[in-house]
Ligand binder design. Structure first.
Ligand SMILES: Nc1ncnc2c1ncn2[C@@H]1O[C@H](COP(=O)(O)OP(=O)(O)OP(=O)(O)O)[C@@H](O)[C@H]1O
Ligand SMILES: Nc1nc2c(c(=O)[nH]1)N=C(CO)CN2
Length: 231
């Protein structure tokens, strides 16, 4: 996904949440001073693979979800999904995070050589400043939702979970399998629920672009509007 293709979705997200584009760009520029280039080839474990995209919904602890994660060729996990999987003895291949919940987990993974896609946005600059220097830079892929700059890339995606799917797509995954995704989670409300709604819309766009059908979207597609999609 190049930025020109992503930008209409990004503009719709900015408008919906009232986020400030300039603040996203400032965060990106801070990350650019702290990050080093991370060639996509370093994600070769995802290429041509069936990749489990682990969200942090309550269903991730279900035996069926854990089995499906363990059976995939590779796992890309969002945020605290990494900890839930680790407790079940399942190691992830890539962590995707905006550093708001378990940055210590991200630090340990980077130290162990597991790639961490760390996202800089207008509301997490202090976490970017605090945590990027504590990570093993070689294993950190810095991401932005604004235009890419220097070592900071934009492969598409907004929430940690859908960004994980866009990243796997970018790295050449053959098939995506979603575990721990609960769009109808009654414990989620307010802004978080709206973010999940955006995750669903963006995943719908991604499945269309890939010519794939993501089972988690079954029964929801008719309410997922993606007016910017031309493909
Ligand atoms: N029921 C759910 N609750 C939470 N996350 C879910 C759920 N279902 C799917 N997910 C995915 O798992 C990811 C977990 O990451 P996390 O809870 O840290 O969210 P986030 O993207 O940082 O958003 P926030 O800013 O609300 O924390 C979410 O980004 C979302 O894409
Ligand atoms: N500016 C801004 N960008 C984001 C935010 C957020 O709270 N503010 N949350 C995200 C994932 O939940 C992703 N991107």
């Amino acid at each position: 996904m190049n930025f020109e293709t992503w930008e209409p979705a990004y503009e719709a997200i900015l408008a919906d949440f009232g986020f400030d584009r300039a603040a996203d760009e400032r965060a990106r520029d801070v990350a650019a001073t702290l990050a080093t280039p991370f060639p996509t080839g370093r994600l070769s474990v995802l290429a041509d693979a069936t990749v489990a995209i682990a969200g942090a919904g309550p269903s991730l602890s279900d035996a069926d979800a854990l089995d499906r994660a363990a059976d995939a060729d590779a796992v890309v996990a969002a945020s605290t999904a990494v900890d839930v999987l680790a407790e079940a003895g399942i190691a992830v291949d890539v962590m995707v995070t905006d550093l708001d919940k378990n940055p210590g987990t991200a630090m340990r993974l980077s130290e162990a050589g597991t790639p961490v896609a760390a996202h800089a946005h207008g509301d997490n600059v202090s976490a970017v400043r605090e945590w990027f220097p504590r990570f093993e830079a070689e294993h950190v892929l810095a991401t932005t939702q604004a235009a890419p700059c220097g070592p900071v890339v934009n492969v598409g995606g907004f929430t940690d979970g859908d960004r994980a799917a866009f990243l796997a797509d970018h790295a050449g995954a053959a098939a995506l399998r979603f575990v721990g995704w609960d769009f109808a989670d009654p414990t989620v409300s307010g802004t978080k629920a709206r973010k999940l709604e955006w995750a669903a819309r963006l995943l719908h766009w991604l499945e269309r672009r890939r010519g794939e059908r993501f089972e988690i979207l079954d029964g929801r597609r008719s309410e997922l509007s993606i007016p910017w999609a031309t493909d």
